[in-house]
Structures are given as structure tokens and as C-alpha cells.
Ligand binder design. Structure first.
Ligand SMILES: [Zn+2]
Length: 256
């Protein structure tokens, strides 16, 4: 198995939206990432797809005001750098369906991957319920309600292969799919996605300050679960939107 962290640009927003802090004017760079897994049995897997190329018109203006997109790199471009096209991807795993994760799904129209999109059932229900009832939030219907898309839902911990396990986190949204990977060169890696945005949030145990999490309890319950997993598997953690970490992992090239 070969894992590459793809850097898909960044948002620049008020830091307190990601990590609680006193200064509500402090800014933070929030990277957009996707993970490419070239797997000997399952083929090419992509975890998350980044922003939509049409974000200026497709996203609500309130979203762009709160989370301005400072740099956009398409998942198509990032795959090209790895010598791949969207047609080479066999499976997509969606951590969740917020705009900065689901925006690149449209690049997979007409490919085999669009028929093989893994998501948690709780997340899919939550996303459709929010957009169909007009509730404000980070879901944009046109990003994931695509012609020909076929979701495969999971409800519990799911072993895709011996070295790839998906687990469901009830924090940030009701069903964020986290991923545990077993690598030869770097041991176990746990991908949290947006349940924990940054290393600082994790180490200082600081939840996001904005309204994105429904309760602080969900953040702490999940944080404790991830801490226990980190210990049990002696794992390295990859967070949802940690700028320095994404650049560092992206620079490595690939992990085997
Ligand atoms: Zn996100």
C-alpha cells in the first residue's frame, strides 16, 4: 500500500472557528486535503475530494465570507501530479459531505469511482435532511446530489482490507468517517478528519469555538476515544485541517 497526502489549497478563516481562542480576529490557514491510497488488492482509493472548482458561484456567500478560499488546487490536478486521472480511481471514501470535502466529487462524473462512494449512513441522512429542509450549514446539495452517484453506506467499524479500517465518529457531524491505516514504514496512522481540526486542538484539548459542533461533549467524547486508539495502536494522527502537518506529509511524497 502506498499513501500520499494531497494538498488541495487552503481556506483562511478566523482561528476560533477551528480552535477555541480568546482573540476572535486571529486568522488561521486551513489546508484542504485528500488522501490517495494505491492499494494492491482494492485498487486506487481516494479519501475526500476537496473544494468545487465553481466555489465562487456554487457556495453560499455566507460560507465564502466565513471560510474564504485563499488557494484552490483541484483534485484532478493533484492526481495528475501522481500520474493518475480521475478514471484511475476505483473507490472514494467521504469523511463527510461538507463543501470542502465533497466539492471535487463532480470531477468523477462518468467514472467507476462515482458508483463506489463510501460514506456513513448517519452522515448521508444528515446531509440530505439539512439541504432538503433549507437549514443553514456547510452542506451544498449540488456537490453531492450528482447524476449517477452511488453511495455505499457504512454503520459501524468496517474493515476494507487488512490494513485499512474505517470507523465512525459522532462529532462535528453525526457520522464522520475516520480511517486507520497500517503502514510498513510509519506504523499505524489514524486519520481523524474534522472531528479534530489541528494538532493544537488535540494536544491542548480545545474544541472549535464556533457553532459547528452541536455540543462540546461530542468533541470531548470523541477526543477521548481517539486518544485511546492512539495509545492502543501506537498510531500517528493526521488531523482534519492542520496546515503545517499537511504540508509536511505532502512533502514526504508517499508512505509505504
Ligand atoms: Zn473540513
Amino acid at each position: 500500500m502506498k499513501i500520499s497526502v494531497l494538498y488541495l489549497g487552503r481556506l483562511e478563516c478566523k482561528k476560533y472557528h477551528l480552535v477555541e481562542c480568546d482573540d476572535h480576529n486571529e486568522m488561521i490557514k486551513s489546508p484542504i486535503l485528500s488522501i490517495l491510497i494505491e492499494h494492491p488488492v482494492l485498487g486506487n482509493i481516494l479519501y475526500d475530494t476537496g473544494n468545487s472548482p465553481y466555489y465562487t458561484t456554487e457556495y453560499p456567500s455566507s460560507t465564502l465570507e466565513t471560510y474564504p478560499i485563499a488557494e484552490f488546487i483541484s483534485v484532478e490536478e493533484a492526481l495528475k501530479e501522481k500520474g493518475l486521472t480521475t478514471a484511475d480511481i476505483d473507490m472514494i471514501i467521504m469523511s463527510h459531505l461538507h463543501f470542502d470535502h465533497a466539492g471535487g466529487l463532480k470531477y468523477f462524473a462518468g467514472t467507476k469511482a462515482i458508483k463506489n462512494v463510501f460514506v456513513s449512513e448517519a452522515e448521508l441522512k444528515n446531509a440530505f435532511c439539512q439541504v432538503m429542509t433549507g437549514q443553514p450549514g456547510a452542506y451544498v446539495k449540488s456537490l453531492f446530489d450528482l447524476k449517477d452517484i452511488q453511495f455505499k453506506t457504512i454503520n459501524e467499524e468496517t474493515e476494507l482490507a487488512e490494513d485499512i479500517r474505517l470507523f465512525i465518529q459522532n462529532s462535528h457531524t453525526p457520522g464522520v468517517v475516520g480511517m486507520a491505516l497500517e503502514t510498513k514504514s510509519r506504523g499505524n496512522i489514524i486519520v481523524t478528519s474534522d472531528t479534530i481540526y489541528t494538532k493544537e486542538s488535540y494536544l491542548a484539548e480545545l474544541p472549535p469555538g464556533g457553532p459547528i459542533n452541536k455540543t462540546r461533549k461530542e468533541f470531548y467524547d470523541n477526543l477521548n476515544r481517539v486518544k485511546a486508539m492512539e495509545k492502543e495502536y501506537s498510531a500517528a494522527l493526521l488531523f482534519g485541517h492542520d496546515y503545517e502537518q499537511v504540508l509536511e506529509w505532502n512533502k514526504i511524497g508517499f508512505i509505504e
